[in-house]
Unconditional design. Structure first.
Length: 75
């Protein structure tokens, strides 16, 4: 079972000439937003959402790898 719940995924095919995948997910009642390049799923940015503000998030590589695997299955 995943330690997170993916709540939304957006595939942006027209962003600065590159394709990106943005995923919203929840871990232990905290909301996060991460963006990957679609071609190789390289992490572009990661944010934690707190009180309607987004702040840089420090997420584990294990969690990022798990999310990448979920994205691969969905795209």
């Amino acid at each position: 079972m995943n330690p997170y719940e993916m709540t939304n995924m957006i595939i942006d095919e027209e962003s600065y000439g590159e394709e990106h995948v943005t995923v919203e997910f929840t871990v232990e009642q905290q909301n996060y937003i991460v963006t990957f390049q679609k071609s190789d799923l390289e992490l572009m940015n990661a944010w934690i959402v707190e009180d309607d503000k987004t702040l840089p998030a420090n997420l584990s590589e294990d969690l990022m790898d798990s999310i990448r695997e979920d994205i691969k299955k969905k795209i």
